[in-house]
Write a new protein. Structure first.
Length: 576
């Protein structure tokens, strides 16, 4: 029987076939702790049964193995040369084949490795794939002496980076699965190919007076180097810079086709992302397209707040706006993926009425989609307690009714609710429907009558939410500042003390923790309880006796931190 002595194991290895290995092992299980693994178990320092102890790939065909220890090597792994002299990537010192208990990282692809070639003198490691790669062995690779690094760089064309934690030293973007790229075989330094091949000097039409020179990092005298568009700090990576005007920006590509910025008297630094900002965008919060601008006009100087985040406007930075409506949005808010409208939808820019919910038959008579008979307009008073079938509220003004059925619609539900329309909470077209009962996905209450349904989002909004949320800004009794909707808010609701998952209406004052979710926001200020002659008032603070902290309807305990309805005259309290 053929035997070999391998440096990686204390016993001689013999040739075994795959069938004998499979019969004596639980494939994919550690031979030490018997737990299922793929590859190496760092706890037991053993490799899974049925896998090569070197490359940790699954065993196939004949192998070398030690049955006593459960140690196996592919034939190709066992027969690898122990020493490589004059390797093209590292010709100064020899590489020695190693098998370690602890993982190292390949200097080229950053793969985590245990079976690899190493130069101890230079602390340089290569995994088997990179060491034996035909491109390197045949020395068919380009070398580049880049101004940003002391050592020559080599071009790697068909090897993928194995980790998400390493970044290009030029654009500071992840190198994960990036190919081709340039790397330094002497140290951990990588560049995307497009970053390594950027021209060292360019002439740009927005700064035609002087050429822009490529720097390996922003100039040291710029203590606070910030992007002129989004105001984020810019501390490292390549930058095109004019030392005379102290103007610079991050390169998006070699030809820099995107319009960067108008000539400005102050130093400008622009991020790579900002060089590719669209000139116009469409967001779900506003009916018109927004245009990107860099500076305020005189007539716009009176505007003090952005319309989405309601932060104070910084006149020194760019923004998206629609001047006729005096609508302004911070760049980072406007390009948020949750707010950008789908350009493929090709919907009208108008978010108001698209089609009416009724058809006029003759003056004073209509055909409404919600009822099978025609409805007649009336200005007469209705009986007490008669409510609208659409909004479920008592009818107090003119209304439409059916002469054949006990069916009533108030004038507001007929004329102010379009059959199809759009709302700032959703980028899709919604349709008005009429159901006997449905669940509103915003206030999370069961409702009857009209509601707006979005098939794309699979969400329904009751018309009460539709009306209250339509203003986008809400004033709450007892609150100094108004509330606006923050779709990224992750804190607790002041009303129910629960964490929301779809944003909340919060106070514009960042020092104030007051915020309300949809459900608490649309709670009516007063409510009726059949055993109390008075209306119960929505109460924000419980200053009553601790012994009275319960609900008089369900007789369960109340959380003193949560809102409740209360009648001070009768000392009646109830959960919402």
């Amino acid at each position: 029987m053929e035997r070999i002595n391998h440096f990686s194991h204390q016993h001689p290895l013999v040739v075994v076939d795959q069938e004998s290995v499979d019969r004596g092992s639980r494939k994919g299980f550690c031979s030490g702790c018997n737990e299922a693994i793929k590859g190496y178990c760092y706890q037991c320092r053993k490799v899974a049964e049925g896998y090569c102890s070197g490359c940790e790939e699954e065993l196939e065909g004949s192998s070398y193995g030690c049955g006593e220890c459960g140690f196996f090597l592919h034939k190709k792994c066992a027969e690898l040369q122990r020493e490589i002299i004059n390797h093209p990537l590292h010709p100064h010192h020899p590489f020695i084949l190693r098998l370690e208990n602890y993982a190292h990282s390949c200097n080229v692809c950053w793969k985590s490795i245990r079976f690899f070639y190493r130069c101890d003198s230079c602390d340089f490691d290569l995994d088997l794939r990179c060491a034996m790669h035909p491109q390197f062995v045949a020395q068919e690779f380009q070398k580049l002496q880049h101004f940003s690094h002391d050592h020559p760089l080599i071009l790697v064309e068909d090897i993928e980076i194995q980790t998400k934690e390493k970044f290009c030293s030029g654009c500071m973007e992840p190198m994960y699965k990036s190919s081709p790229f340039y790397c330094c075989p002497n140290c951990i330094f990588h560049l995307h190919k497009k970053c390594a091949e950027l021209p060292l000097k360019i002439h740009h039409h927005n700064h035609w007076k002087h050429p822009l020179m490529l720097l390996a990092k922003p100039p040291p005298h710029q203590e606070k180097c910030s992007c002129n568009l989004c105001s984020k700090s810019c501390k490292e990576g390549f930058v095109y810079y004019c030392s005379i005007c102290e103007l610079g920006f991050k390169p998006a590509d070699p030809i820099l086709q995107t319009i960067i910025a108008e000539t400005h008297e102050h130093p400008l630094i622009i991020h790579i992302d900002c060089t590719s900002l669209r000139r116009t965008i469409k967001i779900i919060r506003h009916p018109h397209r927004l245009y990107h601008i860099y500076s305020f006009q005189d007539e716009e100087a009176g505007k003090r707040e952005y319309n989405i985040c309601h932060d104070d406007i910084n006149l020194g930075y760019g923004r998206y706006c629609y001047s006729d409506c005096k609508y302004f949005a911070h760049v980072n808010c406007a390009i948020d993926e949750d707010l950008l409208e789908d350009e493929k939808s090709k919907l009208s820019d108008d978010l108001t009425t698209i089609s009416p919910a009724f058809q006029e038959i003759k003056p004073g008579e209509i055909k409404h989609f919600s009822h099978k008979h025609n409805l007649i307009l009336s200005d007469d008073r209705v009986e007490d307690g008669q409510s609208c079938e659409g909004c479920m509220r008592s009818i107090s003004t003119s209304f439409y009714y059916c002469e054949q059925c006990n069916f009533f619609l108030c004038n507001c539900c007929v004329h102010k609710l379009p059959r199809k329309g759009r709302h700032w909470t959703c980028m899709h077209l919604r349709e008005l429907f009429f159901y006997s009962i449905f669940y509103c996905d915003y206030c999370r209450f069961w409702n009857s009558g009209f509601g707006y349904n979005c098939n794309a989002c699979d969400k329904i909004m009751c018309i009460r939410c539709n009306k209250i949320l339509d203003t986008r800004i809400v004033n709450i009794e007892g609150q100094e500042h108004f509330l606006f909707f923050d779709h990224k808010y992750e804190g607790k609701c002041y009303g129910c003390h629960e964490y929301g998952d779809r944003g909340s209406f919060r106070c514009k004052d960042k020092k104030c923790n007051f915020a309300l979710d949809y459900r608490c926001l649309v709670l009516p200020k007063t409510a009726r309880y059949k055993y109390d002659d008075h209306a119960l008032k929505l109460t924000f603070r419980d200053d009553h006796d601790l012994s009275q902290c319960h609900c008089d309807i369900c007789e369960e305990d109340r959380d003193r931190k949560r809102w409740f309805y209360h009648c001070a005259d009768c000392n009646v309290s109830a959960h919402p």
